[in-house]
Design a protein around this ligand. Sequence first.
Ligand SMILES: Nc1nc2c(c(=O)[nH]1)N[C@H]1C(S)=C(S)[C@@H](COP(=O)(O)O)O[C@H]1N2
Ligand SMILES: [Mo]
Length: 235
Amino acid sequence: MSPPPPVSRRRLLGLGVAGGSSLVLGGCALNGFSEAVGGATQPLNERLEALLQGRGPVPQFRPDQVDPEALLINSFNGTPRLDPLHYRLRVEGLVSRPLRLDLAALGAQPQHRVIMRHVCVEGWSAIVAWSGVRLADVLTLAGLSPLGGYVEIESADQYFETWDLASALHPQTLLATAMNGAPLPVANGAPLRLATPIKLGYKLSKWVTGLRVVATLGVRRGTWEDQGYEWFAGL
Ligand SMILES: Nc1nc2c(c(=O)[nH]1)N[C@H]1C(S)=C(S)[C@@H](COP(=O)(O)O)O[C@H]1N2
Ligand SMILES: [Mo]
């Protein structure tokens, strides 16, 4: 006998069970409420979201649904220009083989494409096709420790993010080097940015330079999260 279908996120939301992103609705609002709620409910929220994401891959959009015009540039701290020849991705923390990967090494990993809706809490969305390596493959290459629980993500513009490991290991979570069939533009995060259909736009760090696997979250949780944005930011 096959197991019953999992309860969909939409259904749970309909039942009034607050998933992560519902906390943020109306809530790029940098207000005390979301900060208080985010802090108080985070562990429960995270468990619930992790369960919801046990659902497997998100259905993809078709290539003809890609809408390049709709993707707005959202950069808060300038546009760093990283020399592709000297670029290295640092992978460190709770891994058995800390790495410094150049773009050739990333290019040698299996390449994947995800055509997804990018959703920014500022009120716009766009269908985008991203290509690159799976974040899971990079973490596996580095020898991810079973003690790892979170990934800290550093960017060249000092943007900072933290992710739960389950989301980082999701098969549609990519470190993208290409967008809409062309090399990733600098404004969109070249040479390497995060892309996934399971999280809001602000989780998708551009100009990624470092990944650090940690056991627990530190005081800093993210550039926007530390100002009250919801941490899990699931879609
Ligand atoms: N390093 C870095 N990553 C970032 C940002 C940023 O300012 N710096 N902005 C975030 C936000 S809020 C969004 S919506 C997306 C926008 O991606 P885009 O500029 O490629 O459309 O990048 C996210 N990643
Ligand atoms: Mo955003």
